[in-house]
Design a protein. Structure first.
Length: 162
């Protein structure tokens, strides 16, 4: 039962990760750094935020609060130009931390309470919370990509009229 739950989470996280990567593949560096206006985030900025969030939430998640003192959340949203390689490196480091955390779940600790921003959560509750957070940001990434590519966008699911 536990392994089935972990496998299901891994699949969901991998599906979201793949959607992001398929979006990155359709865009050039300039498009990855495009922000609609000064109040909007670029894909690069969203990736910086996801990276910071993933490292903060899942590093030592069984013993420390998911909002680490070393995290500089506001800096994640500062507009900076990143190369594709920098974006991919941050992306992969963040996801590696998520998958490493998943590998630490076992029959003994699955019912443990952990904290995120001083809020007590069950381990399944914490992963579900983050699954929703990541999905929201993946939607933003896809939308920004699709908006920029217009008619040249290659659908990542079932194309219209198919």
């Amino acid at each position: 039962m536990l392994q089935s739950y972990i496998d299901s989470l891994k699949k969901e996280f991998n599906d979201y990760k793949a959607l992001g990567e398929k979006t990155f593949d359709q865009l050039n560096d300039e498009q990855l750094n495009f922000a609609f206006n000064s109040e909007s985030n670029s894909i690069a900025t969203i990736v910086k935020h996801l990276h910071g969030n993933m490292l903060s939430r899942w590093t030592d998640f069984l013993t420390t609060d998911g909002e680490k003192e070393w995290r500089e959340r506001d800096a994640e949203f500062e507009a900076t130009i990143l190369s594709r390689n920098q974006i991919i490196t941050l992306w992969n480091e963040g996801w590696a931390c998520v998958f490493e955390a998943l590998s630490k779940i076992n029959e003994v600790n699955i019912s443990a309470t952990i904290t995120i921003r001083n809020q007590p959560l069950t381990i399944p509750g914490a992963f579900n919370r983050q699954l929703g957070h990541y999905a929201a940001h993946l939607g933003q990434i896809l939308y920004i990509g699709k908006m920029q590519k217009g008619e040249d966008w290659k659908s990542l699911s079932i194309p219209k009229k198919k």
